[in-house]
Design a protein around this ligand. Structure first.
Ligand code: NI
Length: 141
């Protein structure tokens, strides 16, 4: 029998400031487009990373401690208590909406999972609040 494929999810939290602002637009256009989000403000963010893979003899798709270490190294240690527009090299030039942040996080995490055979990144959710989240599943088009 082939091994069952199971998804596992790790959640991490961080706090950061940001501002939604497109330098290609005028101040008035930015205010119209982004409203109050055009000024500096902060969020208590959370993000959830879901990976899938076969369940081998060990019973673990991926050691959750290994996943936690990857997320802290690649994301949390870099963004926590920072200003996403100014302080985070991997977000340079990115308008830090939750959508763009989710894609940027995906691009950092996916290569770190490559060494784990059969393990695949399937979903990355970014929560700006309890009620609002975005989800990226690696699709383009
Ligand atoms: Ni915001």
């Amino acid at each position: 029998m082939p091994e069952p494929i199971v998804q596992i999810t790790r959640r991490e939290e961080f706090s950061a400031a940001h501002r939604l602002h497109d330098p290609a637009l005028s101040a008035a256009e930015n205010r119209r487009l982004y409203g109050p989000c055009n000024t500096d403000h902060g969020h208590n963010y959370a993000f959830e990373v879901t990976v899938s893979g076969p369940v081998p003899r060990s019973g673990m798709v991926l050691d959750l401690n290994a996943l936690r270490s990857i997320l802290r190294e690649e994301i949390v240690s870099i963004v926590d208590h920072q200003h996403l527009n100014r302080d985070v090299p991997f977000l340079a030039g990115v308008i830090p909406t939750a959508e763009n942040v989710a894609v940027a996080f995906w691009e950092r995490i996916a290569p770190r999972l490559a060494p784990f055979e059969g393990v695949r990144l399937v979903s990355l959710r970014v929560y700006e609040s309890r009620d609002n989240f975005v989800e990226y599943r690696g699709e383009r088009g």
